[in-house]
Design a protein around this ligand. Structure first.
Ligand SMILES: [Zn+2]
Ligand SMILES: [Zn+2]
Ligand SMILES: [Zn+2]
Ligand SMILES: [Zn+2]
Length: 374
C-alpha cells in the first residue's frame, strides 16, 4: 500500500542517514517503532463491507444490507431473512481490496424458536472487478462447505469458518447458499470477515504430503504480515498400474481395472478407447392383455443378458369400465363411485330414504324422518 511504501522509504532513509552520520541508535529505533505502528495501523485499517446484491428479504428491514450493519446482538439485532427453496446468494463489496482468511456467520433473533433456518451448504467466491450480476463476472471459488453440522438452532450465536489456502485479495465476494437446515426460510444476522489489506508475499513453510487415505497440507506465511495459510492436499490413490479388462455388456462399456501404485486398492474405470455399451438386444417374448384401466403390454426379453422389459401395446388400449344397471363393471366388477342403489319403499306413510344409506349421519337422518311421520 502507498502508506507503507512511503514509510519503508522513510525508514531506509533514516537508517542510511543514521549510519552515515554515526548518529545515536535510538533514532533508528524510533523510526522502526513508528514504521511498525504504521504497519499495525494499516493492518487494522477500517474497511467497510456492504451487501450490494442478493436474494431479497421476506419482510421490511430483512434485506441482505442487514448482514453488514454491525447489529447482531440481543439488544440490537437486524437480520437477512429470505424465503429459501433451493438457493440464495449475497454479493458483497469491500471498500478496498482485502484478503480473507475466514469469516463468521452470526445466527438471527429467533433461530431457537424457528428451527432449520441456518445455512447448510454454501460456497464463497471472490472477484476482482464486479460489474452486474447478469454480466460475465469472473468469480473464483475460495471456500466451500457442504452439509455443515456446526451451526445450531440458537439465537445470536457466532460460528467461525476458515478459508483454506486463499492467497489473493479481492474487492468483491459472493456467498452462494444451495441448502439450509430444512426450513422454508434462511437467515443470518451478520457476516463478519477475518481480513487484512496486506499485499501478501507468501513463503512456503511446513509441508506434509498426502497419502492414499490421509490428507496432507502445505503451509505458507506472508513475509509482510506474518499471516499463515494452510492449503489442504486431499488424500488420493496413485492410480496407474493396469489390471484386467472386462468386455462391454448391454449397459456398460469396456472396463479397465486400475491398481494404486502405493497400496492394494483397485478400481474399475471405463477403458479409454474401449468398446461402448452394446445396448439390449430385445426379442418379443409375450404379451399381457388390456384391462379396463391398463393398456395391453408387450413383454420383451434381452437375448444377451435376459433383462425383461414391458411397454404399452398401441394395438391393445385400455377400454374403460362398462358399467351395468347395478352400478358394477361387467368386465372387472369395479363399482361405479357415484352410483346410488335404489331401495324399495317399505309401505305407505313411511318416509324412508329412497337411497342406500351409506353414512352414520345419513342413517340418523333417515331414522328422524321415519319417526317424525308416526
Ligand atoms: Zn501479508
Ligand atoms: Zn493407494
Ligand atoms: Zn441385454
Ligand atoms: Zn371394468
Amino acid at each position: 500500500m502507498k502508506v507503507r511504501g512511503k514509510w519503508k522509504k522513510t525508514l531506509a532513509l533514516l537508517v542510511s542517514l543514521a549510519m552515515l552520520l554515526g548518529m545515536m541508535p535510538d533514532l533508528t529505533l524510533t523510526a522502526v517503532k513508528a514504521a511498525a505502528e504504521e504497519n499495525a495501523a494499516e493492518s487494522t485499517q477500517t474497511v467497510t463491507f456492504e451487501g450490494i446484491d442478493g436474494t431479497s428479504g421476506c419482510g421490511y428491514g430483512e434485506g441482505y444490507e442487514s448482514l453488514f450493519d454491525g447489529k447482531y446482538t440481543e439488544s440490537d439485532g437486524t437480520k437477512w431473512c429470505c424465503d429459501f427453496s433451493d438457493s440464495a446468494y449475497v454479493i458483497i463489496e469491500a471498500s478496498v481490496p482485502v484478503w480473507i482468511g475466514g469469516y463468521t456467520f452470526v445466527t438471527g433473533n429467533d433461530n431457537a424458536r424457528e428451527s432449520g433456518r441456518n445455512p447448510k451448504t454454501w460456497k464463497l467466491y471472490g472477484c476482482e472487478a464486479y460489474r452486474f450480476e447478469d454480466e460475465d463476472n469472473s468469480w473464483t471459488e475460495i471456500a466451500s462447505v457442504t452439509g455443515d453440522t456446526t451451526m445450531q438452532d440458537k439465537n445470536y450465536t457466532s460460528y467461525p469458518f476458515s478459508v483454506d489456502g486463499n492467497e489473493t485479495k479481492y474487492q468483491y465476494y459472493k456467498f452462494e447458499f444451495t441448502a439450509n437446515q430444512g426450513a422454508d426460510v434462511m437467515q443470518l444476522s451478520e457476516i463478519l470477515f477475518d481480513y487484512n489489506v496486506c499485499d501478501h508475499e507468501w513463503v512456503n513453510g511446513e509441508t506434509q504430503a498426502a497419502t492414499c487415505t490421509k490428507d496432507g497440507f502445505q503451509k505458507k506465511s506472508c513475509k509482510n504480515c506474518k499471516r499463515e495459510i494452510t492449503t489442504i492436499i486431499p488424500a488420493a490413490h496413485r492410480w496407474g498400474a493396469i489390471g484386467q479388462t472386462k468386455e462391454a455388456t448391454c449397459t456398460e462399456g469396456e472396463l479397465q481395472e486400475e491398481k494404486c501404485l502405493a497400496c492394494e486398492e483397485t478400481r474399475w474405470v471405463s477403458k479409454s478407447g474401449g468398446a461402448p455399451a452394446l445396448g439390449h438386444d430385445w426379442e418379443e417374448t409375450g404379451t399381457e392383455a388390456h384391462t379396463c384401466t391398463e393398456n395391453g403390454k408387450i413383454i420383451r426379453t434381452c437375448t444377451r443378458c435376459h433383462a425383461v422389459d414391458e411397454k404399452d401395446d398401441p394395438d391393445d388400449p385400455a377400454t374403460g369400465h362398462d358399467f351395468g344397471t347395478d352400478g358394477k363393471c361387467t368386465q372387472c366388477d369395479a363399482a361405479k363411485s357415484d352410483y346410488l342403489t335404489p331401495t324399495t319403499p317399505k309401505g305407505e306413510g313411511t318416509k324412508e330414504s329412497p337411497y342406500e344409506i351409506k353414512t352414520a349421519e345419513g342413517r340418523k337422518q333417515a331414522e328422524r324422518e321415519k319417526w317424525s311421520t308416526v
